[in-house]
Ligand binder design. Structure first.
Ligand code: OFO
Length: 167
């Protein structure tokens, strides 16, 4: 059984995962109308879908532990970006925010001595380490590429396998 405090913070995390999915969906839609970056577009769509899965996993956990997962209203995310580099910088910043939020959940469940939820959250802790690492790798590569168009061509060609290496 979840305490009220744990239920509340997990519902807040459900909202954050839902917002993450929306943020990356907006990046995907923006990328889709830019010429020649089909794989970058797919990356954002896939990432959005992953965040939706993170949200669903939390919803099921809350409901299975005797709580009630509440489906949140979402604010509209940023719709356009000055460049691909800006979009990926925003992605890294967002992942750092999500990691902090997972850490806050872990702090609370330890204070509440809710070891079952603590165990459940370890999956998210590990996931955030991977997602932050992937986002940093991508940002580092974009930094190297700068304004080089052939570099960007290769980045788009390779981005889906960068993701696979890190996952
Ligand atoms: Fe990318 O964050 Fe979910 O957990």
């Amino acid at each position: 059984m979840l305490s009220n405090k744990v239920q509340a913070i997990l519902n807040e995390q459900i909202k954050i995962e839902a917002e993450s999915s929306q943020v990356y969906l907006a990046m995907a839609s923006w990328a889709e109308i830019q010429p020649g970056i089909d794989n970058i577009t797919s990356f954002f769509y896939q990432h959005s879908e992953e965040e939706r899965q993170h949200m669903l996993k939390l919803i099921h956990f809350v409901n299975e532990r005797g709580g009630f997962a509440t489906i949140p209203a979402l604010k509209q995310p940023q719709l356009t970006f000055p460049s691909i580099k800006h979009a990926f910088a925003a992605l890294l910043k967002h992942e750092i925010f999500v990691s902090q939020s997972i850490n806050n959940c872990v702090d609370l469940v330890l204070a509440e001595k809710d070891y079952a939820t603590h165990n459940f959250l370890q999956w998210y802790v590990a996931e955030q380490i991977e997602e932050e690492a992937l986002a940093r790798t991508i940002n580092d590569k974009l930094e190297l590429i700068g304004d080089d168009k052939s570099g960007m061509y290769m980045f788009d060609r390779d981005i889906l396998s960068i993701g696979i290496d890190k996952k």
